[in-house]
Ligand binder design. Structure first.
Ligand SMILES: [Zn+2]
Length: 242
């Protein structure tokens, strides 16, 4: 974590667009709040999540990776976040022991208070499940005093699962509706960078409005317009009931 920052938020994203659609608001909010915000993209989503690019004549995996990388770098900049690519391949995403060690190293460098990632069980996209499992495994290893003793173990960051594309099929039950109204224009700019998945723009704009209405209904400020939904993995620790 950078010394001049208030804290650190890290997202583990299976593909290079996932962090934008599902957690872009949270990342922008915390970047504006002075946090060190880091994105780890396990793959570029070059084969399975680059529909727009594969409509172009002469497209290759190498070109698709370069295109997705450029989009994700621009989106991260719009959100105020740093971004790292592990280039593990997609459809399928395979995360071996060496890759887990690379994720652990990224976590130890970031020292996050919060980790954001995918849900555990997405029947449509097993790459997302792999990212969830790798995040929990890397978190466990990154906490271990005996792993790579030259670096500093992490604490106990909360893991927040961001909203999958078809939440009911994934058993996604939100227990946090995050107000992203103040930064929605930044999220919109980041979404506009994702030319290879431009078909998702309308969907995630509408979803933010729907979650915003629910946030107000659940006792949030009436000024909330857009929100993102999350589901915690670990309990919240407090000294009060409310
Ligand atoms: Zn994905």
């Amino acid at each position: 974590m950078a010394d001049d920052k208030r804290g650190s938020i890290q997202v583990i994203s299976a593909h290079s667009g996932d962090f934008v659609w599902r957690a872009g608001g949270a990342l922008a909010l915390y970047a504006e709040g002075g946090y060190d915000v880091r994105i780890v993209c396990l793959s570029y989503g070059e084969r399975g999540e680059s529909q727009g690019l594969w409509k172009q004549d002469g497209m290759t995996v190498k070109k698709a990776k370069a295109g997705r990388r450029a989009e994700a770098v621009a989106a991260a900049e719009a959100l105020g976040a740093d971004i790292t690519f592990l280039d593990l391949g997609d459809y399928p995403l395979r995360i071996d022991a060496t890759a887990v060690d690379r994720i652990v190293a990224e976590m130890r460098a970031a020292q996050p208070q919060v980790l954001l990632t995918h849900v555990a069980s997405d029947p449509y996209n097993r790459d997302h499940n792999a990212a969830h499992e790798a995040t929990l495994l890397a978190r466990q290893v990154a906490q271990a005093a005996g792993h790579d003793p030259g670096t500093t173990p992490i604490g106990a960051p909360q893991v927040l699962q961001f909203e999958p594309h078809q939440p009911e099929q994934c058993g996604f039950v939100p227990n946090l509706l995050l107000d992203i109204t103040p930064v929605f224009e930044r999220k919109r700019k980041a979404m506009e960078c994702m030319g290879a998945q431009s078909h998702l723009m309308r969907y995630y704009t509408d979803l933010a409005l729907r979650r915003g209405v629910q946030a107000v209904r659940n006792g949030g400020r009436r000024s909330i317009v857009q929100a993102e939904a999350y589901q915690r993995v670990f309990p919240v620790v407090g000294q009060e009931l409310l």
